[in-house]
Each structure stands twice: as structure tokens, then as C-alpha cells.
Write a protein that binds this ligand. Structure first.
Ligand code: SIN
Length: 326
């Protein structure tokens, strides 16, 4: 039997509220031991160890806690007796944590995130099946070498591409244009695609000792958006991700501001507020090729990659290459 460690961080999967109800609950209140005890057959799948690393709403996640989490998982996966790790996490910011771990963990062993949209006290809580299937996936040989993954609603997602697309339904995630990596049929893993971007052992960030990450902020562009927000952000951020319209676009006032702040050393990434598609270099919106295009990353994932990139290099050409490869 494989040995799987569950690292619990909280979220709705550990939430409780009025018996039977799905809304108005407190996330991150139930201990992981109690959640595991409530799931029939889970101990038949793997030899389980559970660690309560945190117990909070995932909106309390931050860069320092990401580093603590990554260090803990790296420590666990180095153990010869550990075959895989499952992380329970709130769904609100799971996409960001999944990508951060995908870039920073130095292991080929499966690491699978999961959570729930309904608290443990709700009728038809979705957490137990999600956790059961996450443990099944982490125990499977088929999951080895795929980087960080997530399981929700019997669907397997890559840590790079997973995004929350619904804030109400239990089937709350997708992978942009890219479908999913596979399905779970109860305990059976059915993988049918692979994520080709660099991750885990091939990621330069997984070889770095992470301390404090450089400050990177996100600014949303909209009709009439005041370009002076960029001056404000530039006061205490080394990098700024612009969530632009269309393919990462903005008006002329924003372009002028980006050009002047970039000359002062601020690094800009152009991402898009459109959920699908790709942001690439653009001669009209970025004539001097100042900005790093976000490729297919969402704004919040582009921020994760820019923080790590700036911790690694100040060379814009190198950062552009990283954004194409990761
Ligand atoms: C959270 O992200 O911690 C709360 C919401 C959820 O888990 O669904």
C-alpha cells in the first residue's frame, strides 16, 4: 500500500455551518483527522498520514505561507516512505497556490490539491468524494511526473491551468481552452492528456531556496480606467501585471504611463481579462516590446510567475523566455 500524506490548509472542505445548509458557514474550522474519519474506504486506498499545517479561509493565504507550504511538501516528498501528497485548500485561491507549487516543488511524486464548494456540514457535501479521489490519484502510478494537479468533481486538472469558473456550483473549475488532464471513476484514474509546460523537477524555481518574494501587483484595465493607478502601484511594486482588455490591451494614456515607468525599472506583464485565448507580443499596444506577454496565464497566475522570475533574474529577455516556457 502506498503512503500518502495529507497536508491540510483549511477552506470550505473544513468548513462548518448550519446543519444541511450550503451557505453562511465558516471555512477552515474542522480538523483534517475528523474529515478523514468521515470518509468511508479512504483508509483502504493508502496508508495515510495527516498534517494540519494551517486551518484558514484560503483568502488568508500569502507569499510567506506559500513558502512554508512548499518547504513542507519538499520535506515530505524527500522521505523514502512517502509516495505522494494531497493538499486540502480553499477553492477561492487554489488556482494560485497550485501554480506556485507546480513551479517550486522539486519532486516527481504526485502532489494533488483538492477542496470543496460546500462545507462539511452541508447536505451532499462535495469534500469527501473530492478528498477520496485526490488520495486515489496521488497513490496512482499514472499520476507520477505530471507536476502538481487538482481534483474536483471527478475531474483531474493541471496546476498550471486550473481556474475557478463558477462561485456557486460544485463543478466549479476548468482549464481554460485546454479541457482537463483526465477523469476519476470512483477510485480509478483515467489520464488522457499531459501538460507540456515546465514544472517541478524541470523548473528553475524548484532549485532555488525561496525567501521573500519581490512585490508584484495586479491592475485591472476597463473603459475610462485612470492611468495614474500605475504611478501608485509603482511606488511599492517591482512588477505590475496589467489585466488588459482583449489580447492584453489598453488605451494610449496607459501605454505612455507604462513606457515612462518601465524606463524607471518597473517590469510589466500584459495579461487579459478574457478567460480564453493567448496574449502574445503586439506591435500596436506595445511598440517597443517593453512588456512581457502573459501567454495563456490568468492575471493572478502571471503574478505568481513574475514574482518567481524577478527572484531569479532581472533580465527582461530571460523573463519573456520563462513566460513562454512555464
Ligand atoms: C476558501 O477559499 O477558503 C473559501 C471558499 C472555498 O473553499 O470554497
Amino acid at each position: 500500500m502506498k503512503k500518502i500524506v495529507i497536508v491540510a490548509t483549511g477552506g470550505t472542505i473544513a468548513g462548518s455551518g448550519k446543519a444541511g445548509k450550503t451557505a453562511n458557514y465558516h471555512a477552515g474550522t474542522i480538523a483534517i483527522e475528523n474529515i478523514v474519519e468521515s470518509i468511508p474506504l479512504i483508509n483502504d486506498v493508502a496508508d495515510l498520514e495527516a498534517i494540519q499545517l494551517f486551518n484558514f479561509d484560503s483568502n488568508e493565504m500569502n507569499e510567506e505561507r506559500w513558502i512554508i507550504l512548499a518547504n513542507k511538501i519538499n520535506e515530505l516528498t524527500k522521505r523514502d516512505d512517502v509516495d505522494g501528497v494531497v493538499v486540502t485548500h480553499g477553492t477561492d485561491t487554489l488556482d494560485e497556490t497550485a501554480y506556485f507549487l507546480n513551479l517550486t516543488l522539486h519532486t516527481y511524486k504526485p502532489v494533488v490539491l483538492t477542496g470543496a464548494m460546500r462545507p462539511a456540514s452541508a447536505t451532499s457535501a462535495d469534500g469527501p468524494l473530492n478528498l477520496y479521489q485526490a488520495v486515489c490519484l496521488a497513490s496512482s502510478d499514472e499520476a507520477i511526473g505530471h507536476g502538481v494537479m487538482a481534483v474536483f468533481s471527478s475531474t483531474i486538472y493541471s496546476g498550471r491551468d486550473i481556474q475557478k469558473t463558477n462561485n456557486f456550483k460544485t463543478d466549479a473549475f476548468d482549464q481554460k481552452d485546454f479541457g482537463c488532464l483526465g477523469y476519476m471513476n470512483d477510485d480509478k484514474v483515467m489520464m488522457f492528456s499531459r501538460m507540456f509546460k515546465k514544472h517541478t523537477l524541470l523548473s528553475v524555481f524548484s532549485k532555488m531556496t525561496l525567501a521573500k518574494l519581490p512585490a508584484v501587483g495586479i491592475v485591472y484595465y476597463y473603459v475610462g480606467a485612470d492611468a495614474r493607478i500605475l504611478d501608485f502601484m509603482a511606488q511599492n511594486h517591482r512588477g505590475i501585471v496589467i489585466i488588459g482588455s482583449g489580447r492584453g490591451n489598453y488605451n494610449k494614456a496607459w501605454l505612455e504611463k507604462i513606457e515612462s515607468l518601465s524606463a524607471k525599472g518597473i517590469v510589466f506583464v500584459r495579461a487579459s481579462r478574457v478567460q480564453q485565448g493567448i496574449v502574445i507580443e503586439d506591435e500596436y499596444f506595445d511598440p517597443d516590446n517593453i512588456c512581457v506577454p502573459a501567454n495563456t496565464l490568468s492575471g493572478q497566475k502571471a503574478r505568481v510567475l513574475l514574482m518567481l522570475s524577478l527572484a531569479y533574474t532581472n533580465d527582461i529577455k530571460e523573463i519573456k523566455k520563462i513566460f513562454n516556457e512555464y
